[in-house]
Design a binder for this molecule. Structure first.
Ligand code: XMP
Length: 327
């Protein structure tokens, strides 16, 4: 079958058996395409690139090099999980680059949201290209392109976000093993490949990461408050059984302080804002009605455990008028 286009009559991959058939077929196709050549993959830890990595590890093992760039704007525990799953458990060739200082230095003092996004995007390409140049006998570049990406770029809705971006001196042939799959199918394939549930069923997370939730000019202390408050929120959603039910949930830490009191002393600290939304396509969104007890618990934990936060607020704005992210 033509593995470049999704056949009109292709059965939706909804069972482990169908996923296994797809995996077997793709592994054979990857072996045939790649032969004894080398492949490079930017591994973010998101579901698409993680599934591509797991397929390639099965197909070509150490001929694959994964590069995980930590831009300093990942959620708590994410880089550690990528290293644990891919380097320790799957024995992959993984290059881990902690580029936190590089990104945060470039972002220092930058408050305009679009400028922040551009800096993060172009710095990411620079870091990845530097690594790619060191691996000069690599012929293939793997990407986690999925079928909706192709439909949207063909329909002119948005530029295909994966293709291109690398400087002209870097030329690769593309390997895109999940490009005929819808997102739910990628998840089923990932689960069948044995990836952990919190990787396979991850909520969407924007490329610029926590950068768009640390509103305005990012500072390390406020970014830390954001990361820690977000981790508490995720943990409490998990405990409350909401993790698989609510589409996207996270905290935001805006760049202003208000007066509060901790241990009998005045503190001028930031608020953490809870955002929890449901949507089908992210074009519109409704707000999840959170149980009051849960909000009280989250508030108590964040204000007690996170340095720099003295209030917790809840964003109850649907989209429109509020976008899901604050920047
Ligand atoms: P908004 O804020 O536009 O977000 O309502 C809609 C959905 O898109 C996600 N988002 C992004 N995803 N790169 C991404 O891969 C980005 O730059 C980006 N910005 C927003 C957002 O998290 C939400 O799920």
């Amino acid at each position: 079958m033509d593995l470049n286009r999704r056949p009109d009559n292709m059965e939706r991959i909804t069972t482990p058996e169908l996923a296994q058939a797809f995996i077997d077929e793709q592994i054979a196709a990857l072996k045939a395409q790649i032969g004894d050549q080398k492949v490079l993959l930017a591994l973010s830890g998101g579901v698409d690139s993680s599934v591509v990595a797991a397929l390639l590890i099965r197909a070509v093992g150490k001929q694959l090099t994964c590069v995980h760039v930590n831009h300093g704007l990942l959620r708590k525990g994410e880089p550690e999980q990528v290293i644990r799953v891919f380097r320790d458990e799957m024995d992959a060739n993984l290059i881990y680059i902690d580029a936190t200082d590089r990104f945060l230095d470039k972002l220092a003092g930058v408050s305009d949201p679009e400028t922040k996004r551009k800096i993060i995007g172009s710095e990411f390409i620079d870091v990845f290209a530097e690594e790619a140049r060191k691996l000069d006998d690599t012929r293939f570049l793997a990407q986690g392109t999925i079928w909706p990406d192709i439909l949207e770029s063909e329909g002119g809705i948005k530029a295909h976000h994966n293709a291109g971006g690398l400087p002209d001196d870097l030329k690769f042939e593309l390997v895109e093993p999940v490009k005929i799959l819808f997102k739910d199918e990628v998840r089923m394939v990932g689960k069948t490949l044995g990836l952990p549930d919190n990787m396979v069923f991850r909520q969407p997370f924007p490329g610029p990461g926590l950068g768009v939730r640390c509103v305005g000019a990012i500072t390390r202390d406020r970014l830390n408050a954001l990361r820690e408050s977000d981790a508490i929120l995720r943990e409490e959603f998990d405990n409350a059984g909401l993790a698989g039910k609510v589409w996207q949930y996270f905290t935001i830490v805006p760049d202003f302080r208000t007066v509060g009191v901790k241990d009998g002393k005045r503190v001028d600290e930031w608020p953490a804002v809870i955002r929890a939304v449901n949507t089908r396509d992210a074009m519109t969104a409704t707000v999840e009605e959170l149980p009051w007890d849960l909000m009280k618990k989250i508030t108590a934990r964040i204000t007690a455990e996170v340095p720099g936060i003295n209030r917790v607020l809840v964003d109850i704005t649907p989209k429109p008028t509020g976008t899901i992210e604050w920047e």
